[in-house]
Structure formats: C-alpha cells, structure tokens
Design a protein around this ligand. Structure first.
Ligand code: FE2
Ligand code: FE2
Length: 358
C-alpha cells in the first residue's frame, strides 16, 4: 500500500507517504456548496441558541487535549499483520474525513467573513477543531511510517457540490454519528483495557465532545431554517439522509470488521448501537426519523452490506469492465431494492414527539 521510491520530481507520493486508497462509494468525500445562499441565511429564529453554541465553541475546552503523551513514544512493530493493516486503514479513513470537514468549514468561514460574521466565526471554530483531529490522526499514522499527503488531497480530490440544505442535514448527521462512533469505542475500551493496543483511543472521550458540539451547532442552523423541517418535503429529505448515512455506516463497518474485532468489538452490535443512538439523537433536530426497532430494519441494512461485499470481490477480480459491470448489476439492484424497502417503512414523527415533550 505504500508507494515505492520516487522516480521523478513530479512524483506525488514520496517515500512513506500513504497512497490514497482506491476511491469507492465509501471513501470519505470532499464537499463544496453555494456560499452566497449560505451567507444569506437568516438566523434570527434561533438567535439565543446560536449565541449559546457559539459560546461553547469559543470556550475551546480541548485546547490542550490533543498533545501526545509519553505512551506514544515507543516502537509499534508489535501491531502487525491483519491488525496493523486494518488499523492503518481506520486511521486513514478517519484522517481523511476529519480533513474533509476542515476544508469545508475553513472555506465557509473564509467566504462568509464579511457577509455573515456569526456563521463565519462558528465555521472558523469548527475548522480549528477538525484541523486538530486530522493532525492528531496524521501523527498516529506517522508512528506506522506513513502520512497522508494533505496538500495533495486538497488539490486533487474531486469536490462534490451540495446545496446548503443538504450540507446542513448531512454534516449534522456526520457530526452526531461521529460522536457516537468515538464514544462507544471509548466506553468499550474503558471496560476492556486489554484490547486498547494503541494510546489514541484514550483521547476519544474529549474528542467526541467536539463532534457533539459541532452537531449542536448544525442542529441550531437546521432549526433556524423552518423550510428544513416544517413541510412534507423536509420530512422526505430528512429520512433520505438518515438512510444514506446509515447504509454507508453499515457497509463501512462490516467491510472493516477486522478492525473492530481487533479491539474486541462485535461489528454487527456496534453498527446497530451507533445507528440507534444517532437516530434517537436526530429526533431533536429532524422533522422525521426512521423506526430502527422494526425487526427487518437491520436485516435489510445487513443485506446491503453482503451485496456490497460481492461488489468489492468483483471489483478486485480484474475482470474485463463489461463483464464486471454485468456481474455487479444484480448486487446493485439488491442494495437499491433494500434501501427502497427501508425508505418506505413507516417513519417516526419527530415534530409530534417534540410537541409532546414540551
Ligand atoms: Fe472531528
Ligand atoms: Fe466535527
């Protein structure tokens, strides 16, 4: 997976620089948006809540958290074989997605500076946190003789355009699912310290609080825009994004089961817990959520993962393109069919629950 010695000046992968893994549907993406529309957002409906989340972000609770302590200062050759490969893959994916967040937030902060100072400040503070997270992960990769070329990633990744509404739904969810992913690993390793083979995991408790605060900011942003929750279209979008985030999560976790098993976590149980908690959390922001308690819910999600595994096997088999595509087609249909069935399950009305709680 590591590149060979560079042969020319233009070689972008220097010795020890990690070659980005093959881009697939599951690779973390880089996003861009309509900055003009973002700048014009009227936040007055949630002014107090926005002031509160901004104060939390300014407080910078984790200013001194991401400092590597003595436990890092040792040789990590004892982590070897499949565990090492799976762990490096985990570090790379995590670093890429933290860095993707950093780039988006930094750009938003820069573009909104003169036109929407409140949002610009918030995005600047979010970018600060994500830069720390990505940097900390990149240092962990360096312990294994690798590093992600973040400069190269910035310039050569393709950026996917999402309108502000989609950015708000998806980034809200990715922050909250990130929170649950980190905290559940942390709590598990607290109970089973014998599985904590590298000190990075000790940092997850405070780390995930950053993600939680980021999610809270996006929740306020979402609730400040009534069109994102007070109509039937918003309900359809909310469930659509929940479903796509949950399918992606299931596919990713089950494809990388080795990593979770290496720290003593059952990937199926972990996937279900992360999804259930994220779905319940989203009830506070989204107009409508999924009913994860239906017996078929996880069965269908896991069928998508099995089909995805077949797709991966076909992609790795080096068959001629046309044959590969024809072999993939039925499995793509399986995934789309399962997603459609999941999407059509009766949802939970989060606005009604919110009214009852009040
Ligand atoms: Fe982060
Ligand atoms: Fe975050």
């Amino acid at each position: 997976m590591v590149s060979s010695i560079p042969t020319s000046k233009t070689d972008r992968f220097r010795l020890g620089i990690k070659t980005p893994v093959q881009e697939t549907l599951l690779t973390p993406r880089f996003y861009t948006t309509d900055f003009e529309a973002m700048a014009q957002m009227d936040l007055s409906g949630q002014a107090d809540e926005m002031a509160a989340v901004l104060a939390e972000l300014r407080a910078d609770y984790n200013r001194y958290h991401f400092v590597r302590d003595q436990e890092f200062e040792q040789c990590w050759d004892q982590i070897d074989g499949e565990t090492r490969r799976a762990f490096i893959d985990f570090l790379e994916r995590s670093c890429t997605s933290e860095f993707s967040g950093f780039l988006l937030f930094k750009e938003l902060s820069r573009k909104l500076k003169d036109r929407n100072p409140t949002l610009a400040e918030a995005f600047g503070l979010l970018a600060r946190d994500e830069a720390r997270h990505a940097g900390f992960l990149n240092k962990a990769m360096a312990d294994f003789g690798l590093s992600l070329d973040l400069g190269y990633l910035t310039k050569h990744r393709t950026y996917t355009f999402f309108p502000p509404e989609w950015i708000i739904y998806t980034v809200y969810l990715s922050e909250k699912i990130g929170y649950w992913r980190y905290i559940l690993v942390y709590r598990h390793l607290e109970q089973h310290p014998e599985n904590r083979f590298y000190p990075l995991f000790r940092y997850f408790e405070n780390w995930c609080q950053d993600e939680n605060r980021h999610g809270d900011f996006f929740k306020v942003l979402l609730r400040s825009q009534p069109k994102l929750w007070n109509n039937w279209k918003a309900r359809l979008w909310a469930r659509f994004f929940l479903l796509t985030v949950f399918v992606t999560h299931t596919l990713t976790v089950l494809e990388r089961a080795t990593f979770y098993e290496s720290i003593g976590i059952n990937p199926y149980e972990y996937n279900q817990q992360v999804i259930q908690r994220t779905n319940t959390t989203a009830e506070r922001a989204f107009p409508s959520i999924l009913d994860t308690n239906r017996p078929e819910f996880f069965r269908r999600l896991e069928r998508c993962a099995t089909a995805n595994q077949k797709l991966v096997e076909i992609a790795n088999s080096q068959r001629p393109k046309v044959i590969g595509f024809l072999q993939k087609l039925p499995w793509i249909v399986v995934i789309l069919w399962q997603m459609l069935r999941l999407y059509l399950l009766p949802p939970i009305d989060a606005e009604a629950t919110r009214a009852t709680v009040r």
